[in-house]
Design a protein around this ligand. Structure first.
Ligand code: REX
Length: 430
């Protein structure tokens, strides 16, 4: 069951500053601070490829996702595409109004709060974390910037927690962790690198971010998200309910795929998400995530100086870079898009916007632990921002994957490290 609806609004397309100009900055080796090859166009010009998106959502469903959906907000025009169900028990069709667990997209919200605190003179990015949280970390050289850019070297405790998918999940489904519990789990393992020396994605970093928020404001992260982001942007379908286990109102159920082939999907909707908290426990909708990332890139959430800090890039792989709680994806058609991805049990999210914030995409599949679906959903970025494959650049059209509308990195034969952004290899398995 597929539906595509396009709302009315202002004209498609927007001004392109310089589509085919030279890359903004030279490519740098992966894992080191540097820009990669940021695309210089600030806007998407080709219309979103609704038919291509529909095909991608169908493919995700055929690969095991009970449902998949995408919403594009394009300068006032809304595209909504849905495929499959949000509840396997009732067979209800998934809706782009469904709330869901956004996983690590939460990290951008946490980074925004901290950058606002920088604006308020309460935090300095290059100061030691321990100067704010004395004795927390074993190395005084770890700075706030290292944490927000995943360069602290703090081990990701979820590698062990979810080494076995279903039993790992069930062991924490109803558990309530303190931030200190989670940091303690991380510190049982050696650091992955010296402070600042390399990029290594770790949830521990954004647990520390949550601790900084609470220490500097004297309030819970939920209170600060609400006051600083949800309320000012009227994100009325966005929630932080930790340690509550329920998603309020109409929502998509999440279905976790077990490691054992052929075993039944596990309904993972209800959980505390306490293992994630400020690294991944927000609940939202496509409308609200589109509005959030658009506002962020339009400079509505912090000073221009802090947005510049947030968009100082560490290269992750050939088409991905990481700023401060923000990912950048370099697409085949000459634009970069900015946002985050999210994986919590039962939910895969992609939420990205253009540099001018005028076109935003949120795509969701209500399953996880299924790399095939994750890779399929990645292709929604190309359809949303680059349009039909025919509009891709000549260079990319020469790639076998690009010719089929696939994002760079997903065609068969590409190096494995190009196929997945940067989730720890042990975490997501086929
Ligand atoms: C936890 C396990 C994955 C998922 C994780 N999620 O670290 C954070 C996140 C919050 O969203 N990160 C991703 C589980 C990478 C992001 O930034 O996009 N996998 C699952 C397993 C594997 O249990 N054994 O797939 O649901």
């Amino acid at each position: 069951m597929v539906s595509a609806t396009v709302g009315t609004g202002t004209a498609l397309g927007a001004v392109v500053v310089s589509l085919l100009a030279a890359p903004a900055q030279a490519t740098t080796p992966a894992g080191t601070p540097g820009a990669g090859t940021e695309r210089v166009a600030v806007a998407a010009t080709a219309a979103p490829d609704d038919a291509g998106l529909r095909a991608i959502l169908r493919t995700a469903r055929s690969q095991g996702a009970p449902g998949a959906m995408a919403r594009i907000d394009d300068n006032g025009t809304v595209h909504r595409l849905v495929e499959g169900v949000d509840d396997r028990a009732t067979g209800r069709t998934i809706s782009t109004n469904d709330r869901f667990r956004v996983g690590s997209v939460t990290k951008t919200f946490s980074a925004v709060v901290l950058l606002q605190l920088v604006d308020e003179g309460k935090l300095k990015l290059d100061k030691s974390v321990n100067s704010y949280l004395p004795g927390l970390l074993p190395d005084n050289r770890i700075t706030v910037r290292h944490v927000l850019s995943h360069r602290s070297g703090l081990y990701d405790y979820t590698n062990d927690m979810f080494a076995r998918t279903v039993s790992g999940f069930e062991a924490v489904r109803n558990k309530v962790f303190s931030y200190r519990d989670l940091v303690k789990l991380s510190l049982q393992k050696p650091r992955t690198n010296a402070p600042g020396a390399a990029y290594s994605y770790s949830n521990t970093n954004f647990v520390v971010a949550g601790m900084l928020i609470e220490k500097l404001t004297g309030h819970s992260v939920g209170t600060e998200y609400q006051k600083r982001i949800f309320t000012p942007l009227s994100l009325t379908n966005t929630f932080y309910v930790h340690p509550g286990t329920l998603i309020p109102g109409r929502h998509a159920n999440g279905y976790l795929r077990p490691d054992t082939a052929g075993a039944a999907l596990v309904d993972s909707t209800k959980q505390t998400a306490s293992w994630a908290q400020s690294a991944g426990a927000i609940i939202s909708t496509p409308h609200d995530l589109d509005a959030f990332f658009s506002a962020l890139l339009r400079g509505k959430l912090m000073s221009a100086a802090q947005l510049t800090q947030m968009t100082k890039w560490t290269r992750v792989n050939s088409n991905t870079s990481y700023g401060l709680g923000l990912r950048r994806r370099d697409l085949s058609c000459g634009i970069s898009v900015y946002g985050h991805t999210g994986t919590v049990q039962g939910y895969y999210t992609y939420a990205f916007t253009t540099k001018d914030g005028k076109r935003s995409l949120t795509a969701l599949a209500n399953t996880s632990n299924n790399t095939t679906v994750l890779n399929t959903m990645y292709r929604t970025l190309e359809s949303a921002f680059c349009g039909k494959p025919a509009t891709m650049s000549a260079a990319r059209a020469a790639d076998p994957g690009a010719a089929q509308g696939w994002a760079p990195g997903w065609a068969p034969g590409w190096a494995p490290e190009e196929r997945h952004e940067d989730i720890a290899p042990a975490i997501t398995r086929d």
